[in-house]
Design a protein around this ligand. Sequence first.
Ligand code: ATP
Ligand code: MG
Length: 434
Amino acid sequence: MLGTLVALGEVAPLVGMGALALCLAAGFTLAWYWLAGVARLNAALRRAAEEQGPFSAPLPAPRLPAIGEIEEGLARLTRSLQTRAALVVQLRAADEAIVEALPDPLIVLAADRAPLRANRAARRLFGLAEGLVRGDLGALLRHPVMAAAMDRSLAENTPQAVELVLPGAVTRELSGQVLLMQPPLADGGCLVIMLTDRTAARAVERMRVDFVTNASHELRTPLASVMGFIETLRGPARDDPAAQERFLGIMAEQAERMRRLIDDLLGLSRVEVSEHQPPEGEAELLGLLRAEAAAMEPLYAARGIRLVLALPEGPLTASPADADQLGQVARNLLDNALRHAQAEVRLSAEAARLGTREGVAFSVRDDGPGIAKEHIPRLTERFYRVDKGRGRGAGNTGLGLAIVKHILTRHRGQLAIESELGGGSAFRVWVPAN
Ligand SMILES: Nc1ncnc2c1ncn2[C@@H]1O[C@H](COP(=O)(O)OP(=O)(O)OP(=O)(O)O)[C@@H](O)[C@H]1O
Ligand SMILES: [Mg+2]
């Protein structure tokens, strides 16, 4: 019994030490797993912060359930962060695409007013290459009106309206707004300039005003003359039959001039209305030209001018085409040629291609004084006459070629004018034949 106790007394410390060693080993193992788990979590967090996604490659199953749960939570959190980040990228791309596609110019500036971005319309307006934001923008940003608007916007934090004329190769009329971005945009943009290019609209406005001014001016002159003669006929010429006869003749001329002008104006507006509607049907050019030439023949004979027809055999068909309108084109050109020719006008026609397009063409050539180069591009403007004094005296209004141009635009055709001072003029009309 005592022996057994002695033996136990010897074994007990050994068991105690073994248990202690086991506990220590278990503790170390546990600590090792914890440390390894924490290291994994740490690495996963680092990758998540770097937006790489911690679990893009699956991790081996964690050996501690608590770590596993934390890893699972972290994975969910990261997935949600990734989804949000993708959404932000998507929204920013959509915003940028919208800004880029806006029809009006938009420029984003940093706080120091350095340009950061310009959308496509702005790059086109200022002639900037793709992606390049500096360059000619300087003229706009230095413009006193723009500089003052930016100052006020920064000082008052309110949108500022701007209207300015920007000199350059093409003088631009711009209007727009300067907006302060508070807080600044993601790229540091502080000021946004939104512009509208009013150059074309103002030109159209001016043309309209000019048109009304010109039309009323053209009517006022003959009207004033008729009114003057009525006064004279009622007063001083009351008992003078010879003067009455002469004045009535002039009044009839002036009335005729007004009638012509009104006819031309109505004709022009009719053509303008239909300009955006392509013609339907077809027109046989040779028959049409012969008919117009025959109708003008007496006028040519009266002035002693020869009208030579150099027309080929067989039909020349324009299509799609409005025969009445093409007849008017021929009439207006033959009328001009008659007015300017010295002895002869030649009317010719042919089938002709324009690039890859099939078509037919006719030319009216005269041996008149010709037209100086600088006038040629402007002849088709309404009321444009080379020699205003002579034109008015001869009773013409300067609308004939404007009507021709509109008719040809409607036909998707072309007018070519060749002329030299002293060398006569040739007006060539081309219209498609499909
Ligand atoms: N064959 C030509 N030779 C020289 N100048 C021409 C010729 N045809 C036209 N012009 C010039 O072009 C101007 C414009 O011609 P357009 O036919 O538009 O008007 P217009 O003949 O003056 O008037 P309208 O035709 O309305 O009676 C003319 O005033 C004339 O100065
Ligand atoms: Mg004319």
